[in-house]
Design a protein. Structure first.
Ligand SMILES: *[C@@H]1O[C@H](CO)[C@@H](O)[C@H](O)[C@H]1NC(C)=O
Ligand SMILES: *[C@@H]1O[C@H](CO)[C@@H](O)[C@H](O)[C@H]1NC(C)=O
Ligand SMILES: *[C@@H]1O[C@H](CO)[C@@H](O)[C@H](O)[C@H]1NC(C)=O
Ligand SMILES: *[C@@H]1O[C@H](CO)[C@@H](O)[C@H](O)[C@H]1NC(C)=O
Ligand SMILES: *[C@@H]1O[C@H](CO)[C@@H](O)[C@H](O)[C@H]1NC(C)=O
Ligand SMILES: *[C@@H]1O[C@H](CO)[C@@H](O)[C@H](O)[C@H]1NC(C)=O
Ligand SMILES: *[C@@H]1O[C@H](CO)[C@@H](O)[C@H](O)[C@H]1NC(C)=O
Ligand SMILES: *[C@@H]1O[C@H](CO)[C@@H](O)[C@H](O)[C@H]1NC(C)=O
Ligand SMILES: *[C@@H]1O[C@H](CO)[C@@H](O)[C@H](O)[C@H]1NC(C)=O
Length: 297
């Protein structure tokens, strides 16, 4: 069924069908959620997003964004290419374009006296897997969205927010000014591993308890393979510390690939709405926090 429906029609067409064709969605007690537009859903604050009316966890819950994502996951095979990361496909589906800055060219060819025209479109592919990606857009806020539009907004916001947060940590930990903080963790660790050191740093210096706790979980599940016994060796001189910065950035990049490429990891991170908030710490705030070193474990 879905194979004949264009991607841009997915939101308005597939999702209500999915909802009404028996995939259970959990309706939170006390919330008036209905996909029937004739039943007032009392969701106006959540479907009208402005610069002051930011995404919030209560709206994430009311809009049942976790169910929306689960439904999206269950239709992946029909709407996405097997070579696409789920996050690329989700962005393409929600935005109804295959990437950023798309331009189309009309190519006319003449063969045997017959002129034919074809459209070719080039886009910068969406990429929320690479740290500091310029191709992981923030969703466009708008007012009076439909419920599926608002759910799509939250889904894309979560991708964006995770990429921003991981990138902020990577940028901050890669600063020379963070070396005393790294050293204070190394000083207190007998067999440091990338995961262990990163987890300690996030725990000691993080500024967003909920999002940080999710990051710690991701760091741990992403290291199902045994962490390398430390490369570089746990020296405490400047060269070793500089190498450690690279090790931590590398670990965060792997976590970012996992978040944008593995739906289970992504839902683990964003499924409680912890990334559907504004004001998560960015690089500058984390740099400042990491510069206040000598904290306890
Ligand atoms: C849900 O709707 C019922 C009946 O319209 C109303 O009494 C109740 O207060 C509503 N609940 C919420 C959370 O809006
Ligand atoms: C235009 O069409 C011809 C014939 O189909 C093809 O060989 C050529 O690569 C096309 N050019 C562009 C820019 O798409
Ligand atoms: C190219 O795409 C545009 C927009 O989708 C459409 O209006 C136009 O008819 C297409 N042209 C050709 C030759 O396919
Ligand atoms: C898209 O185009 C804008 C304006 O030209 C540019 O600033 C931006 O960097 C482009 N984005 C990407 C990912 O290339
Ligand atoms: C949203 O729609 C309602 C009813 O159609 C309208 O009264 C209101 O002005 C709209 N709000 C915005 C911000 O567009
Ligand atoms: C870590 O230990 C080294 C020597 O073992 C010491 O010079 C340094 O001050 C300690 N740094 C911190 C942040 O505890
Ligand atoms: C780590 O720090 C704690 C508390 O500051 C201290 O009791 C402990 O001995 C330290 N461990 C190492 C290996 O330095
Ligand atoms: C996503 O879909 C796949 C395939 O249908 C399923 O195996 C997997 O459990 C789903 N993941 C989550 C987190 O629901
Ligand atoms: C996806 O991540 C989960 C943990 O979040 C892990 O158990 C699973 O093996 C991963 N899947 C793949 C294909 O890497």
């Amino acid at each position: 069924m879905a194979k004949t429906i264009t991607v841009s029609a997915f939101l308005t067409t597939i999702l209500p069908l999915v909802y009404s064709s028996g995939i259970p969605i959990v309706v939170s007690p006390g919330l008036n959620f209905s996909i029937d537009p004739n039943i007032t859903p009392n969701l106006t604050p959540c479907t009208t997003i402005t610069s002051t009316n930011a995404p919030t966890i209560p709206c994430f819950t009311k809009l049942q964004v976790a169910s929306y994502l689960e439904n999206f996951n269950s239709t992946l095979a029909e709407v996405c290419s097997p070579t696409q990361l789920f996050s690329q496909c989700l962005l393409a589906t929600v935005t109804a374009v295959p990437g950023l800055n798309c331009t189309s060219k009309i190519n006319t060819t003449t063969m045997n006296g017959i002129t034919s025209a074809s459209n070719s479109t080039t886009c910068v592919p969406f990429d929320c897997a690479t740290l500091n990606s310029r191709a992981c857009p923030a969703p466009t806020a708008s007012t009076n969205m439909t419920i599926p539009q608002a759910q799509g907004y939250y889904a894309v916001y979560s991708l964006y927010s995770v990429n921003q947060f991981l990138s902020g940590w990577a940028t901050a930990l890669n600063r020379a000014s963070s070396e005393p903080a790294i050293l204070s963790v190394l000083n207190n660790t007998t067999t440091p591993t990338p995961t262990g050191v990163l987890v300690s740093l996030i725990t000691r210096y993080g500024l967003n308890p909920n999002a940080d706790a999710k990051l710690v979980q991701l760091a741990q599940v992403q290291s199902v393979k045994p962490d390398p016994q430390i490369q570089p060796q746990p020296g405490k001189d400047n060269a070793a510390l500089s190498l450690w910065r690279g090790v931590l950035v590398d670990k965060l990049q792997k976590m970012s690939f996992s978040a944008a490429g593995n739906f289970t990891s992504f839902v683990g991170l964003v499924g409680d709405g912890d990334f559907s908030v504004k004001g998560l710490a960015g690089a500058n705030q984390l740099i400042a926090s990491l510069s206040r070193s000598h904290r306890g474990p």
